[in-house]
Design a protein around this ligand. Structure first.
Ligand code: ADP
Length: 248
């Protein structure tokens, strides 16, 4: 079973169509990068996945459960890291996680176990008593990932999570997430507008003007465009009349 199935999803803000018949799947253990220039529809898709908006047309299933008629079990399998951090900067790493575990309805014992497991999994054990304020942005992101995984979802959604990170932290975050996919079977949907965050084996989903204009591994897409992913992206997302090769 796929971790995520987006089937023929369309969405409009009044008369303005933001998504047009979008369909794709993410399999267990896969890292899927959702790319598109501004206005492509990425945020709208995230809003539908997190149920900020209701699906108007089509269906979205997480681990087989439809967001339309089985939203609770579907959302139970989803962990989210939003662009804006919502950590309490004055609480310690551990306190932030414990607080969130209780919000998830985990018992104290279960919560403690999950917090310990995630501190170890995210390499945060030694920083546990530090206030989040003392951590650099890369480590804060790790705390957010730990928090998003406390309830053991199968799908981790990250919305432009590398914004504000220096190149070294971006690389570390990227490698860390791929490790979680490879070693632990987690599926990741990662939205970005930066092509250099994509690796050849990733599933690449390119949105442009509300349509999914390409999907497949980054490697296959690159080969189909003369071995150059930048060219592929530029061609696929070119606005009518725009200068060829201009990247978003
Ligand atoms: P992206 O995240 O890729 O930049 P968005 O999902 O924000 O794209 O936008 C997709 C389209 O929907 C754009 O044309 C945008 O102008 C429009 N849009 C986004 N949010 C709203 C809104 N709240 N009301 C009306 N139109 C919107």
């Amino acid at each position: 079973m796929n971790t995520l199935d987006v089937s023929d999803v369309s969405f409009a803000y009044g008369q303005r169509e933001a998504l047009k018949h979008v369909g794709f799947s993410v399999a267990p253990g896969r890292f899927a990068a959702l790319l598109g220039p501004n206005g492509a529809g990425k945020s709208t898709l995230i809003a539908l996945l997190t149920r900020l908006y209701d699906v108007q047309q089509g269906d979205i299933r997480v681990c087989g459960c439809s967001l339309r008629n089985a939203a609770r079990p579907a959302l139970r399998q989803l962990g989210v890291v939003f662009q804006q951090s919502t950590l309490d900067l004055d609480l310690s790493v551990e306190q932030n996680l414990r607080y969130h575990a209780s919000l998830h309805g985990l018992s104290r014992r279960q919560g403690n176990l999950r917090v310990e497991a995630e501190l170890a999994r995210q390499g945060l054990d030694e920083r546990r008593r530090e206030p989040v304020r003392a951590l650099n942005i890369g480590h804060r992101r790790r705390v957010e990932i730990a928090r998003a995984l406390l309830h053991e979802p199968r799908l981790l959604l990250l919305d432009e999570a590398s914004v504000g990170l220096d190149p070294a932290s971006r690389l570390a975050l990227n490698q860390h997430l791929r490790h979680l996919c490879r070693e632990q079977g987690l599926s990741v949907l990662w939205t970005t507008h930066l092509l250099d965050e994509v690796q050849p084996s990733d599933d690449l989903l390119i949105l442009h003007q509300g349509r999914l204009v390409a999907s497949g591994t980054a490697d296959a897409l690159s080969q189909a465009h003369g071995g150059n992913l930048d060219n592929a992206f530029a061609r696929l997302t070119r606005a009518p009349g725009a200068t060829p090769g201009v990247k978003a």
